[in-house]
Design a protein around this ligand. Structure first.
Ligand code: IYR
Length: 232
C-alpha cells in the first residue's frame, strides 16, 4: 500500500539524475527520438509470435514512472496472454463493436473511420500474444477500506499510457490501441474493483508478415499546424 493515513510531510532530496548534455548532444538526441517515434505504426495485423513476459513487464514498469496528480499513480495494468481470456475479451468487444458499426456510431463517425478500414471484427484481440488492459483508479483505498481521492485521473492515466506505447515501440513491439465503449465487462473478466474504470485495451506483439497500414495514417499534421512559438 503506497499511502498511509498518517499524513506525510514535505521532504525534498537532491535531484537524483541529470542529463547534462551539450547543446549539440541535445539536438541529436531530439532528432534521434523523433526518428524512432516516426517509425511507430499502429498495426491491426499481428503475428502470433510469442513475446516474453519480462519485456511486457519492463514496459509496464516504464509506464509506472509517469507523472501523476499528487503522485497517486491512479493506474493498474492487466497483461493477458492466456488464450481463453483473450477469446472472452474479443467476443465481448466484437459484440459491442457490432452495435457500434450497425448504427450506434452515427453516420459521421462511420464516415470518419472509412479511410482507417476498421470494422467489427477484432481478430487481433486473440492473435496478438498480449493484451494490456489499462484501468484508471477513480479513487484509492487504504488498508482499512476507507477511500482517498485521486486527482487528474484521466490526465495521469493517459500520460502513463503514452509512456507505455513509447516503451513497447522502443522494445521492438507493435501496438493497437483499442477503446471499445462501454468496457464494463472487463472489470468482471479481470477481477478488478468497482473503483477502477477500464480505459483502453492495447494489443501488443509483432506485425504479421503481410501487415498493412492505412495510407492516411501516415499523414501527420505539419509542425506549423501542431505548434506555435512565441520566442523571447
Ligand atoms: N472502437 C471502434 C471504432 C473506432 C473508433 C475510432 I475514433 C478509431 O480510430 C478506430 C476504431 C473499433 O475499434 O473498431
Amino acid at each position: 500500500m503506497m499511502f498511509s493515513k498518517s499524513s506525510l510531510g514535505y521532504d525534498p532530496i537532491p535531484l537524483p539524475h541529470r542529463a547534462d548534455m551539450s547543446d549539440a548532444e541535445m539536438q541529436e538526441a531530439a532528432q534521434e527520438f523523433l526518428h524512432k517515434m516516426q517509425r511507430r505504426h499502429t498495426v491491426r495485423d499481428f503475428s502470433d509470435r510469442a513475446v516474453a513476459k519480462d519485456v511486457i513487464a519492463r514496459c509496464i514498469e516504464t509506464a509506472g514512472t509517469a507523472p501523476s496528480g499528487a503522485n497517486h499513480q491512479p493506474w493498474h495494468f492487466v497483461a493477458i496472454s492466456e488464450s481463453s481470456l483473450k477469446q472472452a475479451i474479443r467476443a465481448e468487444a466484437e459484440e459491442e463493436e457490432r452495435r457500434f458499426y450497425a448504427g450506434g456510431a452515427g453516420d459521421e463517425w462511420i464516415k470518419a473511420l472509412e479511410p482507417i478500414g476498421t470494422n467489427a471484427d477484432k481478430p487481433h484481440l486473440t492473435i496478438a500474444p498480449w493484451l494490456i488492459v489499462v484501468f484508471a483508479q477513480r479513487w484509492g483505498e487504504f488498508d482499512d477500506g476507507t477511500r482517498y481521492k485521486n486527482y487528474y485521473v484521466p490526465e495521469s492515466v493517459n500520460i502513463a499510457t503514452g509512456f507505455l506505447l513509447a516503451a513497447l515501440h522502443h522494445a521492438g513491439l507493435t501496438t493497437l490501441t483499442h477503446t471499445p465503449n462501454p468496457m464494463k465487462f472487463l472489470n468482471d473478466a479481470l477481477g478488478r474493483p468497482k473503483s477502477e474504470k477500464p480505459t483502453m485495451i492495447i494489443a501488443v506483439g509483432h506485425p504479421a508478415a503481410d501487415a498493412t497500414v492505412p495510407r492516411v495514417a501516415k499523414l501527420k499534421k505539419p509542425m506549423s499546424e501542431i505548434a506555435s512559438f512565441h520566442e523571447g
